[in-house]
Design a protein around this ligand. Structure first.
Ligand code: SF4
Length: 382
């Protein structure tokens, strides 16, 4: 790789799995529907003992590195933990981490209540809601345990979030998984109509051995075309809603750094703390094979050696997995922007994680179209 590639070595994000179960049953969920069964062995919520140990270790991390890191509360569904547990957890986190350290909660939105939001506001924890689009798109996949659609309940939760007195801080935007059969313009304008401060889009989980839903073949470009249309709508909107993935791509094209893993060549430092305190790899890796998110010599946060583990060879090797090794990627003209995509999208049994992304054709198609669209805009200013 070229000498101009910079890798950062500190921790950027600590993702905490505060609840191991979910109140809904999305058909594409990597936690429960992609062959990994670790969740069934875990207690439902993080125990007081684990919370105590975790906060102590995160306090040590904040002293050991200058860089501010983000905390993301995740699950399962984090709000299943209930108000008293949530208050206890957030108050402990805030005892060791000042408000300079962003804390956010990723929720399916159904359990949002004023009582929960009051607790979030008390400890400056923002709330991001997962919703995939209008009712017909969302209810195809984001369903309850009896296969019922969850759209109406999510919309109610978003309404409560928007009406809270601290909504300007609390409302951290929407997260959507792309349905490539949907109309990007309809989805975009629906999210805009919800008054969301921002939205992020994710490609569906999948790999070379198990193609993502909606992709006919490795060479097809359903997602690339969807993203191209989304970009067109976005660029033609005089008052656009920020779209994290597009904004990050433009930033990286201009020489900046993406805010999240899966784009560009920044070597993000992410740790996952599972409900029982075990340090895990990025949990999206679960979609590759059962146990793919486990370290060989993992530590538990209760072992009181987080800093030691973060400087271990095994953790360094895990971080280096983000760097694509496939020769196609290393000689690709779009490498600096694509970065080889998310690690989970590179998997097959034969080459393990050393393939290009299963979305390579989509990325190529979208990036070339993005460059053309941006060049056309710049020409207007010449
Ligand atoms: S576009 Fe394809 S070959 Fe290029 S970096 Fe991305 S995954 Fe690799």
């Amino acid at each position: 790789m070229g000498d101009n590639i910079t890798y950062h070595s500190e921790i950027d994000t600590v993702l905490i799995k505060v609840a191991s179960r979910c109140n809904i049953d999305c058909s594409y969920c990597y936690v429960y529907h992609m062959g990994d069964d670790n969740w069934s062995r875990l207690s439902k919520f993080m125990s007081d003992e684990t919370i105590e140990a975790m906060c102590h270790q995160l306090g040590q991390l904040s002293v050991a590195q200058d860089k501010i890191f983000s905390i993301v509360l995740h699950g399962g569904e984090p709000f299943l933990m209930g108000v008293p547990r949530l208050r206890k957890l957030l108050s402990k986190l805030r005892q060791i981490l000042s408000e300079d350290y962003p804390i956010s909660i990723q929720t399916n939105g159904i359990l949002i209540s004023n009582e929960i939001l009051d607790v979030c506001a008390d400890y400056q924890a923002s709330v991001a809601v997962s919703i995939d689009g209008p009712k017909d798109i969302h209810d195809k996949v984001r369903v309850g345990h009896n296969s019922e659609g969850t759209f109406d309940a999510v919309i109610k939760g978003i309404a409560v979030l928007k009406q809270h007195s601290e909504t300007n801080f609390l409302n951290a935007g929407l997260l959507a998984v792309i349905d490539p059969t949907s109309n990007p313009s309809t989805v975009y304008h629906f999210f805009k109509s919800l008054g969301a401060p921002s939205v992020d889009f994710l490609y569906k989980d999948g790999n070379w051995d198990r193609l993502p839903d909606g992709k006919k073949s490795i060479f097809s470009v359903e997602y690339g075309k969807w993203m191209k249309e989304l970009l067109n709508v976005y660029l033609n909107d005089a008052d656009p809603i920020p779209i994290r993935i597009i904004d990050d791509m433009i930033k990286v094209l201009l020489g900046g750094i993406s805010s999240k893993e899966g784009l560009g060549l920044t070597d993000f430092g992410i740790i996952i703390i599972d409900t029982d305190g075990t340090i895990m790899k990025n949990d999206t890796l679960k979609s590759s094979y059962n146990g793919a998110d486990k370290f060989n010599h993992s530590v538990n946060i209760k072992d009181k050696n987080l800093l030691g583990f973060l400087s271990s060879v095994e953790f360094r090797c895990y971080r280096e997995m983000q760097r694509p090794k496939n020769t196609n990627c290393l000689s690709c003209t779009n490498l600096n922007l694509c970065g080889g995509g998310m690690i989970l999208h590179r998997w097959n049994i034969e080459n393990q994680f050393e393939n290009p992304s299963v979305y390579c054709s989509d990325q190529m198609y979208f990036i070339e179209n993005m460059k053309s669209s941006l060049n056309a805009i710049l020409k207007n200013y010449e």
